[in-house]
Each structure stands twice: as structure tokens, then as C-alpha cells.
Design a protein around this ligand. Structure first.
Ligand code: EPU
Length: 350
């Protein structure tokens, strides 16, 4: 079965531009120019482009939905933008269905598609901004679910030699907001499509605080109601990037040992913590940042969101450098006060 979307998948040709503004292509909406920009609407175009050896000696990066990127300066290199769209059913079994989505497909459109068909797994990841390709790079997660649990295979093209490569989900090195594409695979591959293994008998994940209550307020526990509940929670906490430019959580939640938690709780008895397996615990970075007094504060034109201290925002006119400087000040405060190092979730492009 092929494309099931209500809009047809058009075939266009590769778009190459010089010296373009990246502002409309990232959700932080900061001014930054790219020396070269190439948009691909079919994956064959990537192979054609690479055949021309046009990356040789140049910096390059892959841009998805731009929802996790901060340009601190102009980018003197090539921005590769996979914009291939399409969602299709790759295989159906009695219990599972394999859904193949092209990398440039909107992540949330894929979730809506799965929920509309009654296929479970990714509904808690509703309304996460960004595209399908980046969902794996980042191993996006929310409300007790990570996309990695549903990745069957990842199709990519090697930027080294233009060859097609297929990774099994297990070989993608997926961890908390991490994958091999941020590690040994960084800069080496461009993801073209992802096959997800979804279930025909949904197993609802409602253990994250507030999720079950939000569903109960809507009605029965169904995929559609769980999606609606998650969207409601997100809208109540997180700023809409289309209204207030931002990139979601700027830092990851730090993961520390049980001994460390015990020590910290002696000094800060109300510090929340959540089990992360193997005597490891996640500390909410939002709490640490709020306790350092940053919630709602500004530095230059960059600000910390007033409702969620983990989200840095561009209320208008902020430069990438201002947002970066604010993030470094925050990181230093948390280190000074709690002795805990924060690591960025957002990818900063120097
Ligand atoms: N908190 C505060 N003050 C704040 C914000 C949070 O004290 O200003 C504390 C509270 O104790 C709250 C706890 O932090 O109970 C957790 O907050 P929240 O439920 O908003 O989740 P989070 O840990 O801040 C993570 C993900 C989000 C994801 C939510 C829900 C990371 C880095 N972030 O945020 O993902 O939506 O859980 O699962 O893991 C993203 O990656 O961009 C993102 C938004």
C-alpha cells in the first residue's frame, strides 16, 4: 500500500540556494545566514547531489524541522534539508503494523495518522514539534514514552559516499535524548525514512503525573482521548513555538546516582527525583533552574519561559548568541548551587 495521506505527494526537483536566512527554518527564529542550502523532495536527489562531490571540504549539517537547533552565528557551510514526505503501510501482521514515514514528514502528522487508524505506541508523543527524521536522532520522548521503543528500521544515505544504509532500531544506539546519529554517526548520515512498529492492541501509558486525570476529564481511555489529553497538558505548560519562538527543553534532565540524590536531598529536602534504572535517578532540570531564580527572567533579548524554567524563549529580536549566553549563565548557576552539570538537549551550532 502506498501514500495514504489526503494530500498527494508531489514530485519536485532539488532546490539549491545561496546565502539564505535560516530564521524561518528554525523554531528559535534567530537571524543566521547559510552559505548554501539544499532542499530535497525525493531521496534520490540526495544521492544525485552527493555524486557531484559538492560537500567536499565544506561544513555541513542536516536540518529537519529546526525545532532543536540554535544557530549562534552565520553558517559558513551547506545546510541539507530532507523534505521528503509520505506515510505508507509497509507491513501488516495480526498484532502489529509497520508504518513507513519519510524523514521530512511532520512528526505530529504521523502521530495523528497512527491514532486515526487505531495503531498504538506513539500517541504520548503528540504535538512534539519537528520532523520524522529528527525524531530518531533525538530519540524524542514525553509522558513516559520514547520513540526508540517503536523504531523498526531507519533508512539513510551515507554522506561519505552516497550509499543507502538501513539500520535496525537496535543498532541506532537509542538512549535518553540520544542516538548514534548524535555520536559516532554525527554528520555522516542523512536519514531518509523511518519504519515504526506500532501495535494494533494499544497498551496505554498513563503513569506520568497528570496524564490519567487529563484523560478521565475527557472520557474513556482511547488513543484519540490520550492524544487529546497530552496535547492539553503540553499546551498548558509549553509555549507554542509558532507564537513564542523556542526549542522545547533546552537542557536534558540530569541523571545522577542514588548516593548523589541522597546527598542533595540532605541539603534540599524537597528536590524531586525519578528512578531511571540501575540506581540512577533523573533530576528535573526545570526545578533546579527555577530554584536558581531564573524562571521568567531575561538576559538581553533572550528569556526563560515564565511557566517552565527548562524552556528558553525568543520573545522577539533575540540573537542566537544572546540565547546561548543565557543558557551558559543558567548552567553555571545550577553548577554553583547544586554541583550538578546540565547538558544541552538543543544542538548549538557555533
Ligand atoms: N519543574 C519545576 N519548575 C519548572 C518546570 C519543571 O519545578 O519550571 C519540575 C516539577 O517538579 C515538575 C518536573 O519538573 O514536576 C517535571 O516537569 P515536566 O513534567 O514539565 O517535565 P520535564 O522533565 O521538564 C520532560 C521532557 C519534555 C517532555 C516532558 C513530559 C526532557 C529534557 N524534557 O520535561 O520534553 O515533554 O518531560 O514527558 O526530558 C523536550 O524534549 O523538548 C521536551 C519538552
Amino acid at each position: 500500500m502506498t501514500a495514504q495521506k489526503d494530500h498527494p505527494v508531489e514530485s519536485r526537483s532539488m532546490i539549491i540556494k545561496k546565502n539564505i536566512s535560516l530564521k524561518p527554518l528554525t523554531t528559535f527564529q534567530v537571524e543566521a545566514a547559510a552559505r548554501d542550502y539544499v532542499r530535497f523532495d525525493e531521496d534520490g536527489e540526495i544521492i544525485d547531489f552527493l555524486r557531484g562531490d559538492r560537500l567536499k571540504g565544506l561544513r555541513h549539517l542536516v536540518l529537519g524541522g529546526g525545532s532543536n537547533l540554535l544557530f549562534v552565528d552565520d553558517f559558513d557551510g551547506v545546510v541539507l534539508h530532507p523534505a521528503m514526505k509520505g506515510i505508507s503501510v509497509a507491513a501488516r501482521g495480526p498484532d502489529h503494523v509497520r508504518v513507513r514515514a519519510m524523514a521530512g514528514e511532520s512528526w505530529d502528522d504521523l502521530v495523528a495518522f497512527a491514532v486515526a487508524h487505531g495503531w498504538g505506541g506513539i500517541e504520548n508523543l503528540s504535538r512534539i514539534p519537528g520532523n520524522v527524521g529528527a525524531s530518531v536522532v533525538q530519540n524524542i520522548g514525553a509522558y513516559g514514552v520514547e520513540v526508540g521503543d517503536f523504531v523498526d528500521t531507519v533508512e539513510a544515505v551515507s554522506l561519505m559516499d552516497g550509499r543507502r544504509v538501513v539500520f535496525s532500531g537496535a543498532s541506532c544506539g537509542l538512549g535518553y535524548r540520544h542516538s548514534r546519529f548524535k555520536d559516532d554517526g554525527a554528520g555522516r548520515f542523512i536519514i531518509t525514512a523511518v519504519v515504526f512498529r506500532l501495535t494494533r492492541q494499544p497498551e496505554y501509558v498513563v503513569r506520568y503525573p497528570g496524564v490519567k486525570t487529563a484523560v478521565d476529564r475527557i472520557g474513556a481511555l482511547t488513543l484519540a482521548n490520550l492524544r487529546r489529553a497530552v496535547i492539553g497538558i503540553r499546551e498548558s505548560k509549553l509555549p507554542d513555538p509558532a507564537v513564542v519562538p523556542n526549542a522545547g527543553s533546552f537542557f536534558k534532565n540530569p541523571v545522577v546516582s542514588g548516593e548523589r540524590v541522597a546527598g542533595l536531598r540532605r541539603a534540599f529536602p524537597d528536590l524531586p527525583y525519578y528512578p531511571a534504572g540501575d540506581d540512577r535517578f533523573k533530576l528535573p532540570a526545570g526545578w533546579l533552574i527555577e530554584r536558581c531564580g531564573w524562571k521568567g527572567r531575561s538576559l538581553g533579548n533572550a528569556a526563560v519561559h515564565r511557566d517552565h524554567a527548562l524552556v528558553l524563549v525568543n520573545p522577539g529580536g533575540a540573537t542566537g548568541r544572546e540565547i546561548y549566553d543565557l543558557s551558559e549563565r543558567i548552567r553555571q548557576s545550577v553548577l554553583d548551587r547544586f554541583g550538578v552539570a546540565l547538558h544541552r538537549e538543543v544542538v548549538v551550532v557555533p
